[in-house]
Design a protein around this ligand. Structure first.
Ligand SMILES: *Cc1c(COP(=O)(O)O)cnc(C)c1O
Length: 383
């Protein structure tokens, strides 16, 4: 266990976010909580029981190992959907445990059929349609094959869903592309229906699509980033504000990341700080060394750009981020001591550091920084 910093996850902030999302989508749309990437770095083991308390019981993961961890962590028996990777042994486990999985190529369907025959148990499947992202998904010819195969072997499958994923619904630059994807999806759905298959659910929307293109919500939405309290892009938040009198962010970040001052020192005017020459002290500086670096998930991109909170003040991260340490400029804080709390993400007094406030560079930094928070940092649930 790494003890140089601590991650806290707030139940009340999570309750707030889930309530907001459910109000947006209404009672008839199911919310699947996307918990791939160790629940976006929040920690599957901590996050699952908390989001169950907030009233969510369907989970989307990327791979079988994550599905397994969700099962282990859940209080009730969860519904779990694997959107990406599972090998043959894992598929057997999935079928035996009613874990559903996406079919995005014919070989995978053949494998599921094989196993279902052997196990005398149905495979719960979702057909992923290639609609224009050009990643995984069944193209037209593959879809024809898959439909016929399912029709010939109906007793071995539960066709739980038909789905797709959009290639950037968080940015208006992709408006035309997303609309094409929606049309393509509807066309494929019609074909499936006409040939006599009726998937139980249609689901296509991630957070951005669910907010920006309400018609993509269908029967279920797959919500990742917003349940953790982050908007997929500033554009998406601005679109939400559109026409609203009160421009108040309805989401609360649920994560706080804290550390402590490990060392303090004075640096003379004219000296460079940390590796190389990226930061020159243009006056006498007082600096705090904090035991968090890029090996703990604090990206080197934030060298000379990041901010942390110390004694309720927002101070600059100066010099290059090291593997295990970063340096903050505390010259402006009169009363600073070894062991003082340092907020890397989260609130202190009226100040807040959100992930994106140190990453205007790109919203993708939100996703990446969260997902790279190491599993061995201690995580705690708080009110
Ligand atoms: C990650 C992911 C989501 C959730 O995306 P957010 O932007 O975090 O809401 C939904 N669907 C698929 C296929 C995903 O990979």
């Amino acid at each position: 266990m790494n003890t140089t910093s601590t991650i806290e996850i707030s139940q009340s902030a999570l309750d707030n976010n889930i309530k907001f999302l459910k109000e947006q989508f209404g009672p008839d749309i199911k919310l699947s909580s996307v918990v791939k990437g160790n629940a976006y770095g929040h920690g599957i083991e901590q996050f699952i029981p908390m989001v169950e308390k907030s009233g969510v019981h369907h989970f989307s993961v990327f791979s079988a190992d994550e599905a397994w961890r969700v099962f282990d962590a859940a209080i009730a028996v969860p519904e779990v959907m694997i959107m990406g990777w599972l090998d043959k042994d894992e598929m057997r486990w999935a079928i035996e445990n009613d874990v559903s999985f996406w079919i995005f190529d014919p070989e995978r369907l053949d494998q599921a059929l094989d196993l279902s025959k052997k196990l005398k148990r149905r495979s719960k499947i979702h057909l992923e349609i290639e609609t224009g992202m050009n990643r995984t998904g069944l193209d037209d010819t593959e879809l024809d094959y898959v439909i016929m195969k399912i029709l010939d072997n109906k007793e071995y499958f539960i066709l739980e869903g038909i789905c797709t994923h959009y290639a950037g619904a968080e940015s208006v630059a992709n408006f035309v592309r997303i609309n094409r994807q929606i049309s393509k999806f509807n066309k494929s759905l019609k074909k499936i229906n006409n040939l006599g298959l009726n998937p139980i659910m249609r689901h296509t929307a991630c957070s951005a699509a669910a907010m920006n293109y309400p018609r993509t919500r269908m029967e279920m939405v797959r919500i990742g980033i917003m349940q953790y309290g982050f908007w997929p892009s500033v554009e998406t938040l601005i679109q939400y504000y559109n026409g609203k009198i009160k421009k108040h962010d309805p989401l609360d970040r649920i994560i706080s990341w804290k550390s402590k001052i490990m060392s303090l020192k004075k640096v003379d005017e004219g000296e460079f700080i940390s590796y190389g020459t990226t930061y020159l002290a243009t006056e006498e500086k007082r600096i705090a060394i904090i035991p968090v670096g890029y090996s703990h998930g604090y990206s080197r991109i934030l060298s000379n750009k990041g901010r942390v909170l110390i004694n309720r003040q927002r101070v600059a991260v100066i010099g290059m981020i090291n593997m295990n340490m970063l340096i903050a400029d505390v010259t402006s804080i009169p009363d600073v001591h070894l062991g003082d709390e340092v907020i890397i993400i989260g609130k202190q007094g009226s100040q807040e550091i959100s992930v994106s406030s140190f990453s205007e560079i790109s919203n993708q930094v939100n996703y990446e920084l969260l997902a790279r928070l190491p599993e061995n940092i201690r995580r705690e649930s708080v009110v």
